[in-house]
Design a protein around this ligand. Structure first.
Ligand code: F0G
Length: 408
């Protein structure tokens, strides 16, 4: 059983019944979020193994019978000594979310949202997506035996992600426009037809799953929060959810401090980073956003209010990175640490480099970079890489070993 929770407007604090399926406040239009009754108490999960459902009491599913899982979470927190040395950081870690069942962090949220959908007896699940949400929703819908409908920007989704959506049997609507238009269509559809259940990060239950990344990082650092977290930002659900997670562990008395939250965006798709840099309290949407990191090609993020609050409250910052910087970071992480991530995820490493150069991090800070999706999702990047050394070797020749030694 979960601890007591309710649904509350993030802006005006109006309470809603826990079974409501609205995602914005009827009074002020603010985003809704789940609030748990949290105060320091005995922690029941200490001896359980790492993963999203380790923290079952603090996840808003009322009945265990509806829990649908593909074994998500429990991802590695990798100490990166070689890359850390180059960046002048003694304690650099990568929390590699590509290790999740469908290869991205979305699975953390999806296991909770799909369980809630079953609990609410919803049968038609819908999302707008740049690819990963769609892939994750398609897999979890297959597992639960529910109908999955995804809206994607035509021609702008990486091939690996499209393949996942197709193989899991989802129905795909390719929108002649970008992600922001796909998102607007899904909002309109779910407002007018209550039979369709919204599975984007506007759905507060999904964010509850995503907050578990913060819990895991604290557990993996033996009850300590890092000094700084660095992660890519698109629609803004993840950074807000993770900040909520750190706050909950802080309120429970498990950790005694919270990290600075640093959001990274691609230079031509950076409404949030632009607002943070200009010290504005609202974003200006970017029309026709562009980046090869298609996962974060978003100009009008729906969770922007939550993101600005997370960055400001935590005294973090935001940074922009170019496509070239993203590709360099992707190669660096793969070649120096053995971790292959998709371009959007590499943006966190590229952004970290810039934040470090800007003097905002100390050498002895504990820094965690979140890499959000697996590199194999986007094979198109191969065309942009410098060709690696490869040789034709005729192993039928008797002296082939000597020939090999000649080139090595
Ligand atoms: N990294 C990856 C690999 C993503 O797929 C996304 C978002 C983000 C970062 C940004 O996370 O939106 O919570 O700020 N992908 C969404 C999708 C938009 O449809 O898959 P966010």
């Amino acid at each position: 059983m979960p601890w007591r929770y309710s649904l509350r407007c993030f802006n005006c604090h109006t309470d809603y019944p826990a079974r409501t399926t609205d995602h914005v406040c009827r009074k002020c239009g603010g985003l809704l979020e789940i609030t748990f009754d949290i105060s320091p108490r005995r922690i029941p999960w200490k001896n359980r193994s790492l993963g999203v459902w380790k923290y079952r009491e603090i996840l808003p599913i009322d009945d265990d019978r509806f829990i649908t899982s593909l074994n998500e979470g429990g991802t590695g927190l990798h100490r990166c000594e070689r890359l850390g040395r180059e960046l002048g950081l003694k304690y650099l870690y990568v929390k590699n979310e590509g290790e999740n069942p469908t290869g991205s962090f979305k699975d953390r949220g999806m296991t909770v949202a799909i369980s809630k959908a079953r609990e609410l007896r919803k049968r038609k699940l819908v999302c707008a997506s740049t690819g990963n949400t769609a892939a994750s929703l398609a897999a979890y819908s297959a597992k639960a035996g529910l109908e999955c409908i995804v809206f994607v920007p035509a021609g702008k989704v990486a091939r690996g992600k499209m393949l996942q959506v197709i193989i899991h049997g989802a129905r795909i609507f390719q929108i002649n426009g970008d992600f922001d238009q796909a998102m607007a269509s899904v909002i309109e559809l779910t407002e007018h037809r209550k039979g369709f259940y919204m599975m984007n990060s506007l759905n507060p239950f999904r964010l509850e799953g995503q907050k578990t990344l913060a819990y895991e990082v604290c557990d993996q650092l033996t009850n300590k929060a890092p000094d700084a977290l660095v992660l890519p930002v698109g629609n803004g659900g993840n950074i807000s959810a993770i900040w909520k997670g750190f706050n909950e562990f802080y309120d429970l008395g498990i950790v005694t401090r919270r990290p600075r939250m640093n959001g990274i965006q691609a230079e031509k798709a950076a409404p949030i980073a632009n607002a943070v840099k200009r010290r504005q309290d609202r974003i200006t949407p970017v029309v026709n956003p562009q980046t090869l990191a298609t996962a974060i090609r978003i100009g009008s993020p729906v969770n922007w209010t939550k993101v600005l609050r997370a960055i400001n409250e935590s005294e973090g910052t935001a940074e922009t990175v170019s496509d070239r910087e993203i590709l360099t970071a992707q190669k660096d992480l793969a070649a120096k640490e053995g971790i292959f991530v998709e371009p959007a995820s590499a943006a966190s490493i590229a952004g970290l480099k810039k934040i470090r150069e800007g003097g905002e991090l100390d050498r002895s800070d504990v820094v965690v970079c979140v890499t959000t999706g697996h590199g194999l999702k986007d094979p198109s990047i191969a065309d942009r890489l410098r060709r690696t050394e490869s040789y034709n070797l005729k192993i039928t020749e008797p002296n082939w070993i000597r020939r090999l030694e000649q080139v090595l």
